[in-house]
Design a protein around this ligand. Structure first.
Ligand code: SF4
Ligand code: SF4
Length: 293
């Protein structure tokens, strides 16, 4: 392949959202999946069915560097919450038990079969660069591509959203109860960020302590970096995923909640809530059925 670092332009050779490039020839005449070779390939979305698995494997063969873009590609994302249920239970719910659907058979013709669960891209093929987030921070895409053009690697530093958050922390909660996220946080509008108390210390579940930093934007030339949701007066929901591979945000979050004096048992539906964006990588699995009473 040509060394693109000597070039001042980039070619897009395959981009389904912008280009009408079919996988099996423009009229479906091809017998083999066809993706052109490229120096860099970007995959968004997790791997849910046979077709996506095939495309992912083909992308790996054809691309020098493979980027997983967004939390679905990196960790399964929201769709991987389905990994909490066996496939048959999902079919049953969607096609036969849903109140808004006429009960019927599970569709099987002319659609790719589902895999047993949702997979992150790196559970199917090796990934070179991870750019998580739901959605990600566009600056990170620019930084990653620029680094690749300069022949460098790209990896987000292992820092938490809290490490970047400018809100004031006193290391203890202001009250004992965990509040609903839809209640409004106390935010000192128009004042420096450090005049507003940490949302978790205000009693709101904020996943900043266990979430990888990277979503934040610098305010002004010499200003502080503010995580995206904090700037929007909302607690972090954990969309950038774990701070390092192999970490267990659910366990770490329970400990962070308890450490400031909140009662971790008040967090409802903990397994889903604290693994909301990271259900692939075998993080979420169906629980064994409880014996009926
Ligand atoms: S818990 Fe949330 S609000 Fe508190 S410092 Fe961390 S990111 Fe900021
Ligand atoms: S603050 Fe948390 S949920 Fe919000 S964009 Fe950043 S990582 Fe995602």
């Amino acid at each position: 392949m040509e060394d693109v670092r000597s070039r001042s332009w980039l070619d897009f050779v395959h981009m389904p959202v912008l280009m009408d490039h079919k996988y099996y020839g423009q009229t479906g005449e091809g017998e083999k999946l066809e993706i052109p070779e490229a120096d860099v390939g970007i995959i968004s979305g997790g791997v849910r069915n046979e077709k996506e698995k095939h495309v992912t494997e083909e992308m790996r063969k054809k691309c020098g560097t493979l980027i997983a873009l967004g939390s679905c590609a990196c960790y399964g994302g929201i769709p991987a919450l389905a990994n909490m249920f066996p496939l048959e239970a999902l079919y049953q719910k969607v096609y036969r038990e849903s109140k808004t659907t006429e009960p019927g058979d599970t569709p099987a013709e002319n659609i790719p079969p589902l895999l047993d669960r949702v997979y992150g891209v790196d559970e199917i093929v090796p990934v070179d660069v991870y750019i998580p987030g739901c959605p990600t921070n566009p600056d990170l895409i620019v930084k990653a591509l620029t680094a690749l053009l300069e022949g460098k690697s790209f990896k987000l530093p292992e820092r938490s959203v809290c490490d970047e958050c400018p809100l004031k922390r006193e290391k203890k909660a202001a009250g004992g109860a965990i509040k609903r996220t839809l209640d409004s946080v106390d935010f000192k509008l128009g004042e420096p960020y450090e005049h507003t108390r940490c949302f978790m210390e205000q009693g709101y579940l904020c996943l900043g302590p266990v979430t990888l930093a990277g979503c934040g934007h610098k305010e002004g030339d010499n200003g502080v970096t503010v995580p995206r949701c904090i700037k929007g007066h909302m607690p972090c929901r954990g969309c950038f995923g774990p701070i390092r591979k192999g970490a267990n945000p659910m366990v770490d979050m329970m400990s962070a909640i308890s450490s400031i004096g909140l009662d971790a048992k008040q967090v409802e539906d903990r397994r889903a809530l604290l693994n909301r964006y990271i259900g692939a990588q075998n993080r979420l699995r169906p629980l064994p059925e409880r014996p009926k009473r």
